[in-house]
Ligand binder design. Structure first.
Ligand code: GDP
Length: 445
């Protein structure tokens, strides 16, 4: 679905990842091409601009390990940023269909694939969630559209509301609600009329239907091939009727795909599903990770960088272990440990992994080592000078006062921290003296 964009980006990154060291110029040049590629895919200008800006900032400050090239790192940053743009904050929710019968309002322009999508979603709800679904067409202008839904309903084994000639859209919506309640349906779907363009009559009708049905979901169906237009339609519909999500159809074509990338950023509304063909099963939950993967087509590199980031952490841990073996354990080490704990959750789990630390783990527990306590301790270390961290023994009364005040705490708390560091340093020394075959060495394996 994103062939062109993916080809363009693939070219940029191939060149980038083949090089060893990257200069700032390389990154800038690559980002210029990324911007052009995005614009060619019909991503809106502000979104493309913002994207490139964020990626450049992240690429400039990124920590890189030996095992990957800076170019590979850039690919990973682009990948993560794509996911963010595609899904915004947080993952898309499942359809809200509690409190049966739950109304789902389907809106969109004529020809967008609205009727097809209504039937596809009904089939999904029936097959996957074992829901009883009722579909109703409100397209009183086009009897053929009503027929079409009835035929699809028969095909997929989902009931449709019988057609009563002469009713208007609001009357049909009321009848659908009544029928769904009486008939014990879990969900009823209202397939509203579409127009070729957005006009006031259409919006008035959709608003009236919305007010009668009070839908749990209002899904806008838009043709993914129409690029920026799709985004504009979404903005319009959202402003006039309020939508809870978007279904992008025709994503099986090799269209430019920019609609997907701009949709969330411009409208703030999530893409919930993508249509991938004419068949009744050709619909998927929108998955930003999968789409980002398809756009970049560089899953190998992304996986490699993820792995390398793990290696980076292991390397840091190994460096620390080497220091411990020499009996070195100053405030920097303590701070590192504290931060690791914050990341990994709890003192006990870490100490439990280190031989000879069982007793201290218990003490830590007794001392109330929660996140808050750890944050306070890190603040104390941060308040020390570089020299003081490396040689905590030099801390006399006046320095202690300054450090505690700097962290907004009292000296007693600092003394507790110093005692802890001392205990740990002593333990490290003892363990270190156990030599090559010592326990720490074994623990490292
Ligand atoms: P409506 O006017 O919005 O109700 O549009 P329809 O549901 O009648 O769809 C118009 C045409 O688009 C039909 O021929 C559908 O089979 C086709 N269509 C709908 N969704 C998709 C899709 O995701 N991919 C493809 N390739 N065709 C689709």
């Amino acid at each position: 679905m994103f062939e062109n964009l993916s080809d363009r980006l693939g070219g940029v990154f191939d060149r980038l990842t083949k090089q060893g060291a990257l200069s700032e110029d390389d990154v800038t040049a690559a980002m210029r091409e990324v911007r052009v590629a995005l614009l060619e895919a019909d991503v809106s200008l502000p979104v493309a601009r913002n994207f490139v800006k964020t990626v450049t900032a992240k690429a400039t400050g990124a920590a890189v390990t030996k095992s990957i090239t800076p170019g590979q790192q850039v690919v990973k940053i682009v990948h993560d940023e794509l996911i963010k743009v595609l899904q915004g904050e947080g993952a898309p929710d499942a359809l809200r269909i509690d409190n049966p019968p739950a109304p789902i309002l389907m809106v969109g322009l004529q020809g967008s694939g609205k009727t097809t999508t209504t039937a596809k979603l009904a089939k999904r709800l029936k097959d996957r969630e074992k829901k009883r679904v009722l579909m109703a067409s409100l397209d009183t202008n086009r009897p053929a559209a009503m027929e079409q839904l009835a035929i699809l309903g028969q095909q997929i084994g989902v009931d449709t509301l019988p057609i009563v000639p002469g009713e208007n859209a609001v009357q049909i919506a009321r009848r659908a609600k009544q029928q769904a309640t009486l008939g014990g349906y879990d969900v009823y779907m209202l397939d509203t009329a579409g127009r070729l363009h957005i006009d006031q009559v259409l919006m008035d009708e959709v608003q009236a239907v919305r007010d009668v049905a009070n839908p749990r979901e209002t899904l806008l169906v838009v043709d993914g091939l129409t690029g920026q237009d799709a985004v504009n339609v979404a903005t319009e519909f959202d402003g006039k009727v309020g939508i809870s999500g978007v279904v992008l159809t025709r994503m099986d074509g090799d269209g430019r795909g920019g609609a997907a990338l701009s949709m969330r950023a411009v409208t703030g509304k999530p893409i919930r599903f993508v249509g991938l063909g004419e068949k009744m099963d050709a619909i998927e939950v929108f998955d930003a990770h999968r789409v980002a993967g398809r756009i970049l087509g560089m899953g190998d590199i992304v996986a490699l960088v993820e792995k390398a980031q793990e290696v980076l952490e292991v390397e840091q841990a190994e460096r620390m272990m080497k220091r411990f073996q020499k009996g070195q354990f100053n405030m920097n080490d303590l701070k590192n440990q504290l931060e690791q704990m914050q990341k990994m959750g709890g003192m006990q789990s870490i100490m439990g992994m280190m031989p000879g630390m069982g007793k201290m783990a218990k003490q830590a527990e007794a001392a109330g080592f929660d996140d808050k306590a750890i944050r306070r301790q890190v603040a104390l270390v941060n308040s020390m000078t570089k020299k003081e961290r490396a040689n905590p023994d030099m801390l006399q009364a006046s320095r202690k006062k300054r450090i505690a005040a700097g962290a907004g705490m009292d000296v007693a708390e600092l003394n507790r921290l110093l005692k802890m560091q001392k205990q740990m340093a002593d333990t490290m020394k003892k363990l270190g003296k156990m030599g090559k075959g010592g326990m720490l060495k074994q623990a490292m394996r």
